[in-house]
Design a protein around this ligand. Structure first.
Ligand SMILES: NC(=O)c1ccc[n+]([C@@H]2O[C@H](COP(=O)([O-])OP(=O)(O)OC[C@H]3O[C@@H](n4cnc5c(N)ncnc54)[C@H](OP(=O)(O)O)[C@@H]3O)[C@@H](O)[C@H]2O)c1
Length: 251
């Protein structure tokens, strides 16, 4: 059985990834605060290997228990592959840094960076000696490589995840049974997050018109399309270690 642990499965890219993987008969453990009606409907109609754990990953103190709950679901004896997809993310706060509140900054860094780093650490700790293929996929963004005004928190959380990926890749090169880790920018996808970006004022984010135009011109990826492409890239690049990939390079 192939197991996928995915954060942020209630909507957007995470939901699309979960639906795609469930349709292929994989076991998916989804983590988010709310649930996806679409996934609930699929699971209701067809017996699926799905467990949803309702969790707020901005609560750092509970993350060890979250990973215990995840590993309670996985049958390590029957697992042939285990993959952690750190997908949950927030683009907020979208405004110049001096206007960001302490709580908003903390939340962005916890959800986008600290929680996935901690979950990756627990994933590796649990699985290091298990002789099967194991993957960590960090859903990153072009914003981790390019600076944008109004996105200082978002860009720096993604840049941190990219460097984290490169460092852990180096660490895992030394392991006899390495966990492979990659960072993957998924392109611009038509999700709730894009709606939040388009709702910003020009004062908060000077490129807002450009993003409104992307939507008008229909250049955004549909979440299903992005999910399929990500899974294709994962298969083709199965042996990459510590690399920063962008799905637009594979289209
Ligand atoms: N959309 C784009 O154009 C784009 C471009 C580049 C990169 N990305 C990246 O792709 C990933 C997915 O983005 P998306 O566009 O699909 O966003 P989205 O539609 O806003 O979905 C975000 C997901 O993250 C979950 N989440 C947020 N805060 C959480 C928390 N505190 N605890 C648990 N789960 C939480 C949400 O679930 P709940 O609210 O139910 O908790 C939701 O399922 C993100 O990492 C994003 O940075 C997106």
């Amino acid at each position: 059985m192939k197991y996928y642990i995915i954060t942020g499965t209630s909507k957007g890219l995470g939901e699309a990834l979960a639906l795609e993987l469930l349709s292929e008969g994989n076991y998916v453990i989804g983590i988010s605060r709310s649930t996806s009606h679409q996934i609930d409907e699929v699971v209701r109609q067809k017996d699926s290997n799905w467990t949803h754990i309702s969790w707020d990953i901005s609560r750092m103190a509970g993350l060890a228990s979250l990973m215990d709950a995840v590993f309670d679901v996985i049958n390590l004896e029957e697992a042939t592959y285990i993959c952690l997809i750190n997908n949950a993310g927030v683009v907020t706060p979208v405004k110049v840094i001096e206007k960001c509140k302490e709580e908003e900054i903390k939340e962005a860094f916890t959800i986008n960076t600290l929680a996935p780093i901690f979950m990756t650490a627990k994933f590796i700790e649990r699985l290091q000696t298990l002789k099967i293929d194991k993957h960590v996929v960090n859903i990153s963004s072009g914003a981790g490589k390019n600076p944008y005004d109004g996105w200082s928190c978002y860009c720096s959380t993604k840049a941190a995840m990219d460097m984290f990926t490169r460092c852990v890749g180096k660490e895992q090169e030394k392991s006899d049974f390495p966990v492979r880790i990659i960072s993957l920018a998924p392109g611009i996808i038509d999700t709730n997050m894009q709606g939040i970006i388009r709702a910003a004022t020009e004062e908060e984010f000077s490129l807002v018109e450009k993003f409104i135009d992307y939507k008008k011109k229909g250049v955004l990826f549909a979440p299903t399309e992005a999910a399929k492409k990500i899974l294709e890239v994962l298969e083709v690049m199965a042996l990459s270690q510590g690399e920063l990939l962008d799905i637009r390079d594979y289209i």
